[in-house]
Design a binder for this molecule. Sequence first.
Ligand code: NAD
Ligand code: ZN
Length: 342
Amino acid sequence: MLALVKPAPGPGLELREVPEPSIGINDVLIRVHRTGICGTDLHIEAWDPWAAATIRPPLIVGHEFVGEIAEIGSNVSDFRPGDLVSGEGHVVCGRCRHCLAGRRHLCARTVGLGVGRDGAFAEYVALPVTNVWHHWPGVDEEVAAIFDPFGNAVHTALAFPVLGEDVLVSGAGPIGLMATAIVRHAGARFIVVSEPNPVRRELAARMGATVVVDPRQRGFAEVMTELGMVEGFDVALEMSGNAGALRAAIAGMAHGGCVAILGIPTEEITLDMNQVVFKMLTLRGIYGREMYETWYKMTVMLQSGLDIRPAITHRFPFREHAAAFAAARSGDAGKVIMEWAS
Ligand code: NAD
Ligand code: ZN
């Protein structure tokens, strides 16, 4: 089969012929239809310090995908060839305290698809059956392809109640864009999206932001006055990884406010803990998706009218992977999809 591979330490990826993955008795083999490009894939392609410390080539990259079951292991009974599925990209140990208690997203021995094991930018991918989500009828296949980052957005956006609340979204990358539509769907009052990139601010407005702000041009105090907000944000979703954005969010919170932090900082961040203490803020880190409550929530919100499709802006056949990666890296894109088969 063809797969997009990191062949050796160093920058770049190569589309090459590799053996089809073999499956164990509890695994399924999936024929990949569509995949989404994530920031993680860009880090691995560029071979930055994180990638150099984490990735052991050769490795097939990619973890956001939709496809159909091609083959099932002898121990698998509840899937059939042809079923439309996506994969949970965190393969957990199944044996630790949290896994046994059903809190699998807290497993400390998580292995990432396309990071610690061969991934989904390929014609076929293999996964344990416990990592497979069977899509409900009627799902849009492009949306299904990005259930992994959509799940990051849902996990973060629903970490705290947002009904009637004033919400700040810092960073309108693909995940911030989806989170904007989710908190709108979940009944937030005002949604302020902070994002330096004008293309992404425009997309955020389409996803349901009340106000979009360029953080270099305008402070939150002015926006709050304009909206008639009395005190500050009730909930903030940190989706930029930027130190200044996190500090600005904390400064903009109301007493008792809650900050869900998904963005991955590239360096240590110092915070004014006086703000956290005296405003009695809650800060919560978010990693991955809850298995499988987040997947259920994604599915039923789509059925009740949530539309995240405007966050998908580019599509490429997999042979044009270089152009697809360039579009994703440009920053002037929402989600970028690669098509493998249909
Ligand atoms: P992205 O890099 O496409 O989006 C980040 C956005 O933040 C960009 O549009 C950027 O312009 C914007 N930004 C930069 N400085 C800012 C500032 N000062 N204020 C406001 N916005 C600013 O990333 P994405 O794919 O949308 O992912 C969002 C974040 O979540 C990234 O940091 C990513 O690494 C992280 N992530 C975390 C998990 C997890 O499980 N915790 C999973 C996936 C992604
Ligand atoms: Zn575990």
